[in-house]
Design a protein around this ligand. Structure first.
Ligand SMILES: Cc1ncc(COP(=O)(O)O)c(C=O)c1O
Length: 390
C-alpha cells in the first residue's frame, strides 16, 4: 500500500478465535474523516455503500461523518434506516413490487434502472409521494464510457443491463424525476471520474440542467493514499455550480480500505508436486473475490512464490478443487496451528461470506489500534448455518 505502517503488524492474533475478521476502528475513522472532508469542502453528500461494508456495529461512527447510506435493495435499506440513520438512497437493477412498497416507506431517494419500471410503478410511487413528500425519484444512466479492464466490474461493458443509455431517453417524459445516478468506476482515481463526467455531460447535458441532484455512484478510491482528494473536491464543486445540483458520492470500499484483516489458522500440511497448506478459512466461503475478481490477498509477513525459502499453495477446507487462495512463500516452514493474517479484508468479504459445505462463518471483532481494546462482536455456529436452510 503506502508508507503508512500497518497497525496489524502489532496485533496479537492469539487474542481472537480463528477464523476471525478484525476491523481497526481507528483506521475506519481515518477513512471517514477523509470522506467527511470531501463532503464539507466540495458540498457533495457522501453516503456509505452498504454492499461493500455493512458492519453495523460501527454504524454510529459512520453516521458521525457521512450523510447516510446507499442500499442495493430492501434489506440494506432497512439496515441503513434502522442502524445508521441519515439519508437512505436505494438503487436496484429491478424492484419487486413487494420490496418496493417497503422501500417507499423508508427511503429518501429511489433510483430506477429503466423507464419500464419507473412507469409501471407510477400509481404506487404517486401514492407514496403523497404520504412522504420528501421522497425523490431518479434514473440510473449508462454513459457507455468504460474505464474498467475487468468486464464483470464494468457497468459500461457492451450490452450491460445497468443504467439507461441515452438512446432510450428518446421521447420519454422526465416528469417526477429529480435526479440522475451513474455508477461506472471500480477502485479508481480522479482522472477516470473526470473522463466519465465529460462523457455524461456530452450526452446528458440537457437533462442535467433540469435535475436537482446527481449521484456519481461508487468506485472512487478516495481514501487510498495516492488519491487526489483536492482535485475531486474541485471537480464536484464545478459540476454542482454548472448544473445547480446537489452531488452525491456513494463509495463503499473507500470507507473500509486498509482497515481490517482475516485471521486464519493452518489446519494441515500436505504435498502433491508442491507444498500444500489447508487453512480454516476458504476462498470460496470467506473471500470469494479472490476467485471472482480475481485478486491476490496479501498475507502479513509472506511473499510471492519463491520470494522466501518456503513456498506453499494455500487452500480452504471445502470440497471445491478450486478453493485455492494462492501460492505464497514464507521465511520459515509453516506449522500446523500457526496463524496467518490476510490483509485488507474488511470490504466485499464479510458481506459475501457463505456457509457452503457447512463451513462456519468467521467471527467478527473490532480492535482499537490506539488503545489496544479488542471486542469480539459476533461469533457464528450451527444455528446460523441451519437457519439459512429448511
Ligand atoms: C450503484 C453502486 N453504488 C456504489 C457502489 C460502491 O462501490 P465501491 O465499493 O467500489 O466504492 C457500487 C458497487 O458496486 C454500486 O454498484
Amino acid at each position: 500500500m503506502s508508507d503508512r505502517r500497518n497497525p496489524f503488524e502489532d496485533f496479537d492474533v492469539s487474542r481472537v478465535p480463528s477464523p476471525c475478521f478484525v476491523v481497526d476502528e481507528v483506521a475506519v475513522e481515518r477513512n471517514l474523516k477523509i470522506l467527511n472532508r470531501v463532503q464539507k469542502e466540495s458540498g457533495a453528500k457522501v453516503l456509505a455503500a452498504l454492499k461493500a461494508f455493512s458492519m453495523w456495529n460501527l454504524a454510529p461512527r459512520v453516521s458521525k461523518y457521512l450523510s447516510g447510506t446507499c442500499a442495493s435493495g430492501l434489506h440494506e435499506a432497512r439496515l441503513g434506516r434502522e442502524e445508521y440513520g441519515g439519508e437512505v438512497h436505494v438503487f436496484s437493477a429491478a424492484y419487486t413490487e413487494t420490496d418496493l412498497r417497503e422501500i417507499l416507506e423508508i427511503a429518501d431517494h429511489v433510483v430506477f434502472n429503466s423507464f419500464g419500471q419507473w412507469q409501471r410503478f407510477q400509481p404506487l410511487l404517486k401514492a407514496a409521494k403523497e404520504v412522504r413528500p420528501q421522497l425523490q425519484f431518479g434514473l440510473r444512466i449508462n454513459p457507455q464510457h468504460s474505464e474498467g479492464d475487468v468486464a464483470i466490474y464494468d457497468p459500461c461493458a457492451p450490452c450491460s443491463r445497468l443504467g439507461i443509455p441515452l438512446s432510450q431517453f428518446e421521447g420519454q417524459s422526465l416528469a417526477g424525476i429529480t435526479g440522475l445516478h451513474f455508477h461506472t468506476l471500480c477502485e479508481q482515481g480522479v482522472e477516470p471520474l473526470k473522463r466519465t463526467l465529460a462523457a455524461v455531460e456530452a450526452q446528458f447535458g440537457d437533462v442535467l440542467h433540469k435535475m436537482q441532484w446527481v449521484n456519481f455512484g461508487g468506485g472512487h478510491h478516495i481514501t487510498r493514499p495516492d488519491y487526489h482528494v483536492d482535485e475531486l473536491i474541485e471537480r464536484v464543486k464545478t459540476f454542482s455550480e454548472k448544473y445547480n445540483v446537489q452531488v452525491f458520492l456513494e463509495p463503499g470500499e473507500a470507507v473500509a480500505i486498509h482497515t481490517g484483516v482475516l485471521v486464519s489458522e493452518v489446519l494441515d500440511l500436505t504435498w502433491n508436486d508442491m507444498n500444500l497448506a489447508i487453512l480454516d478459512t476458504s476462498a470460496t466461503c470467506h473471500m470469494p473475490d479472490t476467485l471472482e475478481m480475481p485478486y491476490r490477498a496479501d498475507i502479513l509477513g509472506a511473499g510471492l512464490p519463491e520470494q522466501y525459502s518456503h513456498t506453499y499453495r494455500l487452500g480452504g477446507m471445502t470440497c471445491l478443487a478450486g478453493d485455492v487462495i494462492g501460492d505464497y512463500s514464507f521465511n520459515q516452514p509453516l506449522k500446523v496451528g500457526e496463524r496467518l493474517v490476510f490483509d485488507d479484508m474488511s470490504h466485499y468479504t464479510m458481506v459475501k461470506t457463505t456457509t457452503f459445505n457447512g463451513i462456519n462463518l468467521p467471527a467478527i471483532a473490532t480492535w482499537n489500534s490506539e488503545t489496544d481494546e479488542l471486542r469480539l462482536v459476533k461469533q457464528f455456529g450451527y444455528d446460523d448455518f441451519k437457519s439459512r436452510l429448511s
